[in-house]
Write a new protein. Sequence first.
Lengths: 374, 238
Amino acid sequence: MSDWLIYRTFWDLTVTGVALGAIYALVALGYTLVYGVLRLINFAHSEVFMVGTFATLITATNFIGIPLIEEGNYPYRTGITLVAVLLACIVGGMVVSGAGAVLLERVAYRPLRGSGEHVGAVVLAFASAFTVSLIFTGSTRTNIIIGLVGTAPLAVLYLRIFRRGRSAPRLAFLISAIGASTAVAEAVAIWGPRDREQYQTSRVLEKRVLFEFLGTDVRIDYVLVIVGALLMLTALVLFVNRTRLGRGVRAVAQDVETARILGVNVDFVILVTFLLGGVMAGAAAMMFTLVYDQTRFNIGFLLGVKSFTAAVLGGIGNLRGALLGGLVLGLGENYGAALFGGQWKDVIAFVLLLTVLMFRPTGILGESLAKARV
Amino acid sequence: MLLEVTDLRVAYGKIEALKGVSFGVNEGEIVTLVGANGAGKTTTMRTISGLRTVIGGSIKFNGQDITTMPSHQRVKLGICQAPEGRGIFPGMTVRENLDMGAYARVDQKSVAVNEDMERVMQLFPRLRERTSQLGGTLSGGEQQMLAIGRALMSRPRLLLLDEPSMGLAPKLIAQIFSIITEINQQGTTVLLVEQNAAQALRRADRAYVLETGNVVKMGKGIELLDDPAVRAAYLGGR
Ligand SMILES: Nc1ncnc2c1ncn2[C@@H]1O[C@H](COP(=O)(O)OP(=O)(O)OP(=O)(O)O)[C@@H](O)[C@H]1O
Ligand SMILES: [Mg+2]
């Protein structure tokens, strides 16, 4: 390889690494935000991301009606139409992921916190009865009927178990999260038209080179991802630091009980935190499909684990740490893959994590939503 | 009666920390709860603020039963607390901590909030000099001032103070107590928990003595100050 090629490859890897890192960072924010207020790793966050990619797909193909292939080519759009389609897709992703995260909180977590939650217990009761009925019959109508019949007695049972003021042990939250994420991923796998296959997404953006940077061609999709992620992060930091509700989020992260004493509706703040994380993941989901043009029912898993790694790497609970961790991970993976071969990519991510944790157990920037200003 | 606590029972696991505590606070009063370590004073205060669920008894505020009301709604009714240990948000500035006090107010960003901020700054000039300092870097005394000031920012009808003198130098204790009296004279009802029984009894209109989860004595502050049993138990027999 000539020097020129190495040089060029390096900057190539840098650009793609930063873009990938930006996506990790956006998803990592969800882990970090929830950890900040609940001291809990929301392992179902990966599926919040996954439903976002499908929301993007459905927005483009079903709502806007853009085909996968148009006259033998990608269905490229330009100008205002392109902007409108991309905006619709990102909004679709953010709305669905945000709503998904909120639903997850109410069904999988809130009842366990002992907040005397009724809605969550009822939904959970329906979901349990429905799931059990799947074992016996494949007919969706029968499943729904059994689910509805089982709802009342199970809801009564759950409300007794999850009494107000009685929080479940921490392990229960983990199990609940794993259950919820399996349920969501499997639901997509079972009910999606292509089952467990990969889905292509409509490629509306022609990925041309926008400009040249240090001898590397920088593609427009990477630029959009990086700029978009920075905008989202800035908006989040401003919200958390400048608004009343954002202050409430920080208060809950720093001292829940004092927050309560001062009139913060903690359950609401937790809901808002899940919503914020979901919205960020939804944006990341749209950016992911923009770059990779595909998704699958289990797409969330590896990306979720990596983003969680990014969050821990930067310092979990720390918003800026999520950005830093994402970038370090995206770049590290890319450089490492170039050095050792692509098959090592995922290994490198975890070696990086272990190395950082060995020397700095609290991550590069340290835990922060709790201890310092974000 | 502004606050009416009747036969309150609260447990940690199987251990009952409050075994039927009853007392009341009239509008405009300073009432103090005194008692030894572990008597249940903090438990009482936290339960009034809604941090603990009760296993029996009731709490009424201004005639309304608030026994099972969520904490944040109690603040809206006018109950705010400067908790034991002060509960300063370490990563927020003094200003942000004070803003947190006004969190539940419906009149956000109004003139009234600004006036209250000004009033707090007048009560505690030290806070004015430190508005952009992080709460976690304040001295103990400054944190206590901030905790009281923050509670005042909610414009409470009933101010709950749990050991405001803890860990402070004698001179500062005297100052904190006279500020509490001043706050009360400006129209805020105060429920005060204190280890420093002598000071508290002197300032209080009425007092209750708590012993292992029971109210064992009540009376006018000054009367209890002269009560031999109280003197022996809480005032070092002086
Ligand atoms: N979180 C808790 N878990 C278990 N027991 C508790 C808890 N908090 C308090 N207790 C117990 O409840 C009893 C009353 O405690 P509380 O803190 O109300 O006392 P206190 O009167 O405020 O004491 P102090 O003057 O030391 O602050 C004590 O026996 C204490 O050990
Ligand atoms: Mg106490």
